[in-house]
Design a protein around this ligand. Structure first.
Ligand code: ATP
Ligand code: MG
Length: 333
């Protein structure tokens, strides 16, 4: 494979730590130096030249100063607005710089969970029934079947997700909707609570995209049975991962088919991860898709899943790069 100059784009969590009064999980979606260094090492060991560029503004400065790369490996979550994940890809698309992962439309669609769920519903793919609460004045009149699950409309990495997001009483529903809205902004999403087992499905590639594997997240005492921000932080103590899932083979098969259909429908590219839970009747239902799934070399779900399937981090990154090159009609040779 030809040696490529690969620029890395990312938003460093350490630059955006919460100030007093801001939520402790403010920078949860952003990347650590460990991720940038791990990714750089993986790219170098694949024979490429990694070039850490920084965030969207730093990318812009680099390109305006005449800097050139063959490919951008995009990890950038963006900082402002519900289209924030689309910002770096939009810039790269405009300047015709090849990059890994989904395009702006897919990234913006999937970050807004209500928009994403409407698209799934239109195609008959299963996702918990939901409604949005537009603002504080809509909270008092809120009337939904209980238990329900309350979460921010457009966050990831467990941001805003706590054990109390599962609400059983009208009082708790109103209290948690207000907390989530005041902390993470309105509208707030309220969904049917899915009581069954949880699994995540990793997917790689494009036209012939394939399921890398499925991983069940078994909840241990203290997790509150929710893959919350805290559970994700303390994953070594609060969950156990099973690859393959300890679930009936036909359930896993159904989940994988639904996940692949979701990946294709939303136009994901190169890699992604679909989170599902089983409903009261044991049927898989889609919570969300992550077109920009985390790629921390140690702790990210897709990386853990790949490793349990026998694929080392370096090879996972190699597949993502190759999928992006293939899309651009460049086999890297
Ligand atoms: N409707 C629901 N019913 C039951 N549990 C839910 C529901 N929605 C979310 N959860 C729980 O909350 C967790 C986080 O939800 P979700 O995946 O939507 O958030 P996220 O912050 O985008 O996650 P990620 O870290 O994967 O980006 C889920 O993994 C699941 O444990
Ligand atoms: Mg999730």
């Amino acid at each position: 494979m030809r040696r490529l100059r690969v620029g890395l784009c990312y938003d460093l969590a350490e630059k955006h730590q919460p100030r007093p009064g801001e939520p402790p999980d403010k920078a949860a979606e952003l990347d650590s130096r460990e991720t940038v260094e791990g990714l750089s090492q993986a790219l170098a060991s694949l024979g490429h030249e990694p070039l850490p560029l920084g965030d969207g503004r730093e990318l812009l400065q680099f390109l305006q100063a005449g800097g050139r790369v063959d490919l951008v490996f995009n990890l950038s979550e963006g900082l402002t607005g519900r289209s924030r994940e689309a910002q770096v890809p939009a810039l790269l698309e405009m300047l015709e710089v090849p990059y890994t992962g989904a395009d702006p439309l897919t990234l913006a669609l999937c970050l807004d969970k209500a928009m994403f769920k409407r698209v799934l519903q239109a195609e008959g793919l299963p996702t918990p029934v939901f409604r949005t609460v537009e603002g504080p004045s809509a909270v008092e009149a809120l009337d939904v079947p209980l238990p329900a699950f309350v979460k921010p409309l457009a966050e990831g990495s467990g941001k805003g997700i706590q054990a109390d997001c599962r609400v059983e009483s009208p009082e708790a529903l109103r209290r948690v909707v207000r907390r989530v809205g005041e902390t993470y902004g309105w509208p707030v999403l309220v969904e049917e609570y899915l009581p069954g087992a949880e699994l995540t499905v990793g997917i790689l590639g494009n036209g012939a995209a394939r399921v890398l594997g499925s991983m069940q997240i078994e909840f241990l005492p203290g997790s509150g049975e929710i893959y919350s921000y805290r559970t994700k932080q303390d994953y070594l103590d609060l969950v156990r991962y099973h690859v393959p899932p300890q679930l009936p083979a036909e359930t896993v098969q159904a989940a994988q088919e639904i996940a692949l259909a979701t990946y294709r429908l939303t136009g994901c590219r190169d890699f992604g991860r679909v989170d599902l839970r089983l409903d009261a009747r044991g049927r898989p239902s889609v919570l969300e898709i992550n077109p920009l799934a985390g790629l921390n070399p140690v702790s990210s779900d897709l990386v853990i899943l790949a490793r349990r399937r026998g694929m080392e981090y370096r090879d996972l990154i190699g597949e993502i790069v190759q999928a992006a090159l293939d899309r651009h009609g460049n086999n890297g040779s």
